[in-house]
Design a protein around this ligand. Structure first.
Ligand code: PHE
Length: 355
């Protein structure tokens, strides 16, 4: 190629560059000139076949063209980028004087279980209880043995327990079947007087309209020197009154639990919640069994106390008229929109728990 046509090529390319109206067009020009098979690149490949003298002169000439084209490309690219930015700024202009859009806080909902836990925590905090916690995966010892449920005791079969694989010694961990092991954990590390509640998840192999394999309980434990059944009954009654925000009738029905003596089932009259004439079982309670105190190093001659455990999901269904327990855990947004609570409505006794 002679210098005349080299110059023509250069003029042609520079013209195309200036004419490119968008970054995409410019990129096409770049590829057609400097790309692997571009017009300038191909000239470089011819160098190999030339005589040394001619090669030197031609090489320099091609390099000059290449540098000019590359410079022009950069310049046009900067221009086009500035134009594109200017266009975006024109079209995407934000009007900061517009009202604020509803944000995620207005969209999100508190699950009824979380709401009820917060309400109960509020009620018990007001009575001087603190909150205790334990793990969902429990030892057999805390879930059963220390609660006066020895191995082979039939009560172990009552609560279709989920067991984990046994370790080398044959010891099996369990998914806790109730929140009562938190009683043990608390008494092992805290001296009386004790006043705690323990809300949390529990697990039993059971599933129908009112049972799910995972559900929620709240446990209460009070240990002191002169605690009696009257305190137990008053506490539960007071809690129900505050929770249901109306005067609910409650009764204790004699029952059996290995870890309490005497023991009772807690029933509440459903009149106020749309089921006149019915009693609904919401939990169990009793005076802590002396064996349980002894198992935790507490002297039953000096101390005694009461405990109760109630189903949180059950209480949510009753208070908020939710018919099917299984839907609590289906992660259905429409359900949550219907039954859920506003993030900004934190339950408090002063303003009415659920208003
Ligand atoms: N842990 C018992 C249950 O889940 C309830 C309970 C708790 C009963 C505390 C008495 C005292 O069935």
């Amino acid at each position: 190629m002679d210098s005349q046509s080299l110059q023509t090529l250069e003029q042609g390319l520079l013209g195309e560059i200036v004419a490119a109206a968008s970054l995409e067009d410019l990129e096409k020009v770049r590829i057609s000139a400097l790309g692997k098979k571009g017009r300038v690149s191909e000239l470089m490949q011819q160098l190999g076949k030339m005589e040394p003298d001619a090669r030197k002169a031609f090489g320099q000439a091609v390099n000059t063209v290449k540098a000019k084209v590359a410079g022009a490309l950069d310049e046009r690219k900067a221009e086009l980028q500035a134009l594109a930015l200017e266009a975006r700024l024109q079209t995407e202009r934000a009007d900061i004087s517009l009202p604020v859009r509803p944000g995620p806080a207005a969209e999100g909902r508190i699950h009824p279980v979380a709401q009820v836990m917060d309400e109960l925590a509020e009620i018990f905090a007001d009575m001087g209880f603190s909150i205790a916690e334990g793990p969902d995966i429990e030892t057999d010892d805390y879930n059963f043995t220390k609660l006066n449920i020895p191995a082979e005791h039939p009560a172990r079969q009552d609560q279709d327990t989920f067991y984990l694989q046994p370790d080398a010694n044959g010891d099996r961990l369990v998914l806790r079947t109730h929140t009562s092991p938190v009683q043990i954990r608390t008494m092992l590390k805290q001296k009386p007087p004790i006043r705690i509640i323990a809300p949390g998840r529990v697990y039993r192999g059971d599933s129908d309209q009112t049972h799910t394999p995972m559900f929620h309980q709240i446990e209460a434990l009070v240990i002191d020197e002169a605690t009696h059944m009257g305190h137990l009954k008053w506490t539960i009654e007071e809690m129900c009154r505050a929770f249901f925000e109306t005067d609910v009738k409650m009764r204790l029905r004699s029952s059996f639990f290995p870890f309490t003596e005497p023991s009772a089932e807690i029933d509440i009259a459903a009149d106020g919640i749309g089921k006149p004439g019915e009693w609904l079982e919401v939990g169990g309670c009793g005076m802590v069994h002396p064996n349980v105190l002894r198992n935790c190093g507490i002297d039953p001659e000096k101390y005694q106390g009461f405990a109760f455990g109630m189903g949180i999901d059950r209480m949510a269904m009753l208070k908020y008229g939710i018919p099917d327990l299984r839907e609590f855990f289906n992660a259905d947004l429409r359900w949550l929109k219907h039954y859920g609570f506003s993030v900004l409505d934190v339950p408090g006794l002063a303003g009415g728990l659920s208003s």
